[in-house]
Design a protein around this ligand. Structure first.
Ligand code: CAA
Length: 240
């Protein structure tokens, strides 16, 4: 039976490309999403990949959502924690809510998903968890103390859980994307984005598929010796 994978935030942007890449790998994929029903419905019609709605920042909803996926498709062997939001602003203008929502969803979502799926992977002796971090979690970014802290937290979370999973065949890795041509990056003010792109040695934004290729490798059977690592895919913007 094909292995079952969940991609959080899996119906749009980088997540959509990851869902498709894992399907190409032969996995049975479930794409989680939080709010955009219209886009999720169109995604399922286009790809045949079922979409499941819950907020990954909500602990109980995540346990129930993962249980529903397992009941429909089988035990979950692969998790890609991709769901994330931005609430950019300089610290002196940032509200507690802007801080908290980013921490709750981007970092809390990884914990909630791992709580729902890691014990099963551990018992069955095989699993793949890939967490989507960010260049801005590695290097920091003006106007993103919330996002940079959450993404940096994801990198620490990855290395800690990798140590817990290693002897059970469960690998845990991170990908640190740079600036990718998604809606999230399109929301950065144009003059600011121009300056950022000027600092990317490859000279352009990345494509979602370029992140998905890395995720597919880390989720593959062949990547069993890769754990606790961070793969930077950023056009050379930050060499780390
Ligand atoms: N370094 C130093 N100074 C900077 C700066 C930077 N990188 N960016 C802006 N400033 C300065 C400006 O020059 C300006 O200074 P003056 O007032 O002296 O002219 C001051 O900060 C205010 O700038 P803004 O007018 O832009 O202020 P704002 O309050 O309207 O907006 C901001 C601030 C929200 C941070 C805005 O600049 C912004 O959106 N920046 C982009 C942040 C970013 O890169 N987000 C990434 C989103 S995509 C993502 O996160 C995906 C991923 O993983 C890569």
């Amino acid at each position: 039976m094909a292995r079952v994978a969940i991609v959080t935030g899996g119906t749009r942007g980088i997540g959509e490309a990851i869902s498709l890449a894992l399907k190409d790998l032969g996995y049975t994929v479930a794409a989680n999403y939080a709010g955009n029903v219209e886009k999720a419905t169109a995604f399922t019609e286009r790809t045949g990949i079922p979409a499941y709605r819950w907020d990954v920042g909500d602990f109980e909803a995540t346990q129930a959502g993962c249980a529903a996926v397992a009941a429909d498709l089988g035990p979950i062997d692969v998790v890609v924690n991709n769901a994330g939001i931005t609430r950019d602003g300089v610290l002196h203008k940032m509200s507690f809510d802007d801080w908290n929502e980013v921490m709750r969803i981007n970092l809390g979502g990884c914990f909630n998903m791992a709580k729902a799926t890691f014990p099963g992977m551990r018992e069955r002796g095989w699993g793949r968890i890939v967490n989507i971090g960010s260049i801005n979690g590695q290097a920091g970014q003006y106007g993103q103390v919330n996002y940079a802290a959450a993404k940096s937290g994801i990198h620490g979370f990855t290395k800690a859980l990798a140590q817990e999973g290693a002897k059970f065949g469960v690998t845990v890795n991170a990908i640190a994307p740079g600036y990718i041509d998604t809606e999230m990056v399109a929301a950065v003010p144009a003059p600011v984005l121009e300056k950022i792109v000027a600092k990317i040695p490859v000279g352009r934004l990345g494509h979602a598929e370029e992140i998905a290729r890395g995720v597919a490798f880390l989720c593959s059977e062949e990547a069993g010796f890769v754990t606790g690592s961070t793969m930077s895919i950023n056009g050379g913007q930050h060499m780390y």
